[in-house]
Ligand binder design. Structure first.
Ligand SMILES: [Zn+2]
Length: 188
C-alpha cells in the first residue's frame, strides 16, 4: 500500500474537484493520505476532511511561516482536535529561515516549535518537521527538546552529515519532489 504522508488537500485549490483528486490517487495505488495543517483554521479543515473521507488522515500544527497564528490557547485547541482518532501527527511544525530573516522572529519560531514538540509528547503523536534553511537550529532543537519523540524531517534539504545526526535520534528524513529538480545537487 502507498501512503502519501504529506499533502495539503484542504487547500481551496482542491475545493472544486477534491473527490476526483482522491479517486485518481486511489487508481494510482495511493490508499492513505495524511494532510497537514499550517494554521489553526487549516488544522480544523484537515481534521474535518479526515472525518469525511475514509482514506484521509490529519496532522495539526502551526507552520513556522504562520507564527502570528499561534497564541497561548493554540496547544489546547490542537489537543482538542487530536481527540479525533484520525489525527495521527503534529505538524507541520519547525523552522523556516528562508522566508524569515528577522532574528527575533526566528526566536519566536523556535519557541513555538518547542511548544508543539512538547504537545506531541503529551499526546504521544509523531511529528512532521518543516526545516528550510534552518538545519543547524532544527538539529539542535531535536537533539535537546525532542527526547522520546519520533518523526520525520519532510522534504529534507540538509547535508548528508546532518542527516546522519538525524538518524542517530532514530528520526527519518523525507526525500520529496526537489529530488526531481534539474538543479538538485546534494540530494541525489
Ligand atoms: Zn507541507
Amino acid at each position: 500500500m502507498f501512503i502519501d504522508t504529506h499533502c495539503h488537500l484542504e487547500d481551496e485549490n482542491f475545493s472544486a474537484d477534491r473527490a476526483e483528486v482522491l479517486e485518481r490517487a486511489k487508481l494510482a495505488g495511493v490508499e492513505r493520505i495524511i494532510n497537514f495543517g499550517s494554521t489553526l483554521q487549516s488544522s480544523v479543515a484537515v481534521t474535518e476532511l479526515a472525518k469525511n473521507f475514509s482514506e484521509l488522515f490529519a496532522g495539526v500544527g502551526i507552520h513556522p511561516e504562520e507564527i502570528d497564528d499561534f497564541d497561548e490557547n493554540s496547544c489546547a485547541k490542537f489537543a482538542e482536535l487530536a481527540a479525533e482518532k484520525k489525527v495521527v501527527a503534529i505538524g507541520e511544525i519547525g523552522l523556516d529561515y528562508h522566508w524569515e530573516k528577522d532574528s527575533s522572529r526566528r526566536l519566536i519560531q523556535q519557541k513555538i516549535f518547542i511548544a508543539q514538540l512538547d504537545l506531541a509528547r503529551q499526546l504521544n503523536l509523531p511529528v512532521c518537521v518543516h526545516d528550510r534553511d534552518a538545519h543547524g537550529d532544527t538539529l539542535k532543537i531535536l537533539q535537546t527538546e525532542a527526547k522520546g519523540l519520533r518523526g520525520v524531517l519532510h522534504c529534507y534539504s540538509g547535508s548528508l552529515e546532518i542527516s546522519r545526526e538525524i538518524f542517530k535520534l532514530d528520526w527519518f528524513i523525507g526525500v520529496d519532489g526537489p529530488l526531481t529538480f534539474k538543479n538538485s545537487a546534494k540530494l541525489p
